[in-house]
Design a protein around this ligand. Structure first.
Ligand code: AMP
Ligand code: GLY
Length: 444
């Protein structure tokens, strides 16, 4: 009989999301060793986790060679760039089970125009918008949206990790953003969209090509500054669950978003096996899809994996093999979500000085042990070990600290306290992750 729990797993990537995946998968029954490539010095400190550092994760042949050499039963791909490089296709061709969509299916993230096309065919609501190769046409479309009383969002066409988006407050701002993107965007294509408003929610589902089962809902904080001010970033913090969208609505949301998209991708001959992330905005007229990602979110993963009451490895392996129903109980499949622990989590991202424009690196970080001793989980996104053994900043997003508690208010307080314990020159973090949700709950 084929095994249900993978004993040896290879994770491709090296950020906070991959650290959280390694932490979770290495702690599960049946797990023998988790290997992360290229991983990081920080991830390598995790028990029963080993990093294979000198590998280019964008080189399909190199990743296949590591998977073979390490005799892994499952490969889990973290970053979008690895999907876009065709690594999952090469692994599948080599007969290795991989959790992560093919390059063709991952276009749901790598091409915003493809996402709009699939969503339209699947009957999934998105903001009205279009992709432009011509500056004047983009300007005219923005002016039309503004004339209709709406605001405008301007987006880079290709992969930008959430950083290529300008949410504009005026037509003048939109025009500046359009001109700037046309000057810098390598694909020469810019997306202009109607601006929607409402709180956001990240719904991430594990998909086997046909079926989907979701992880707990969470909410990212994309802007750099407190109160959602400043530039968009890759994500500055997340919490779970959401006080305004109970997790028992997940089945209905899967019916509206992931399931129709899965059916449409399968119909086109590109079934999606991996994490399908729906970035939703909860407008007064109902939830609308802002974007799809073809992978787990970062920092959402750091916040939601500690909330799971079930081993993740068997579900990922079953999804990779195309048959979630083979391992998940019928009640879980019918519910549409993996069983959750009670309580709440808050993840706060600590970013380097200069992030997101020009992050600085090489500064020593203090207080990591104190933060861990406070009960927080500390996941490494961009750190390295100095020659003297000290942990140093080495990336835009450097760390995330995650607190678990009985409710959101207690988790917010604990995460904030843990974040204050970690110090490095210019290290920045938001001080309001979770607070808006608590205030909204109190006001009800
Ligand atoms: P995206 O990379 O498309 O998810 O965009 C990043 C962030 O920009 C989203 O999480 C939203 O906060 C914001 N955003 C994107 N599109 C829109 C839109 N049409 N209306 C309002 N905000 C948006
Ligand atoms: N946190 C948003 C993302 O992973 O794209």
């Amino acid at each position: 009989m084929t095994p249900i729990a993978p004993t040896r797993i290879l994770i491709v990537g090296g950020g906070g999301r991959e650290h959280a995946l390694a932490w979770k998968l290495a702690s599960e029954p049946g797990s023998n060793e988790v290997i992360v490539t290229p991983g990081s010095d920080g991830i390598a400190r995790e028990p029963r986790v080993r990093c294979v550092r000198e590998i280019d994760p964008l080189d399909p042949a190199a990743v296949v060679a590591v998977a073979r050499r390490e005799a892994v039963e499952l490969v889990v791909v973290g970053p979008e760039a690895v999907l876009a490089a065709g690594v999952t296709d090469a692994l599948r061709e080599a007969g290795i089970a991989v959790f992560g969509p093919s390059r063709a299916a991952a276009r749901i993230e790598s091409s915003k125009a493809f996402c709009h096309e699939v969503a339209a065919a699947a009957g999934v609501p998105m903001a009205s918008g279009a992709a432009f190769r011509d500056l004047d046409a983009a300007r005219r479309f923005a002016a039309d949206l503004a004339a209709g009383g709406g605001d405008v969002v301007v987006k880079a066409y290709g992969l930008a990790a959430g950083k290529g988006v300008t949410v504009c407050d005026s037509l003048a701002e939109a025009e500046t953003a359009i001109e700037r993107l046309f000057a810098t965007e390598p694909a020469g294509t810019v997306v202009v969209e109607e601006r929607l408003s409402g709180p956001e929610a990240s719904l991430i589902a594990i998909c086997d090509g046909r079926d989907a089962v979701a992880l707990p809902l969470s909410r990212d904080h994309k802007r750099l500054g407190d109160g959602d001010t400043g530039p968009n970033t890759g994500g500055m913090g997340a919490y779970s669950p959401l006080p305004d969208v109970a997790d028992d609505r997940i089945g209905t949301l899967l019916d509206a978003f992931q399931r129709p998209i899965l059916a449409e991708l399968a119909r086109r001959g590109t079934p999606f096996r991996g994490a399908l992330y729906a970035g939703l905005i909860l407008t007064p007229d109902g939830p609308v899809l802002l974007e799809c990602n073809a992978r787990f979110g970062d920092p959402e993963t750091q916040a939601i994996l500690p909330r799971l009451a079930i081993a993740l490895g068997p579900a990922l392996l079953a999804a990779a093999r195309g048959d979630l129903r083979a391992v998940l109980p019928a009640a879980v499949m019918a519910d549409g979500r993996l069983p959750e622990l009670p309580g709440a989590t808050v993840a706060i991202v600590l970013a380097a000085a200069g992030y997101p424009e020009q992050p600085l690196g090489g500064d020593p970080i203090e207080g990591l042990d104190q933060a861990a001793a406070s009960g927080a989980l500390v996941f490494h996104s961009g750190t390295s070990l100095g020659a003297d053994g000290s942990v140093r900043t080495a990336g835009g997003r450097v760390l995330s600290v995650v607190a678990r508690a009985t409710d959101l208010a207690a988790a917010t307080t604990a995460a904030a306290a843990a974040a204050e314990l970690v110090r490095a020159p210019g290290l920045q973090h938001r001080r309001d992750i979770g607070s808006a949700a608590i205030a909204a709950t109190a006001a009800r």
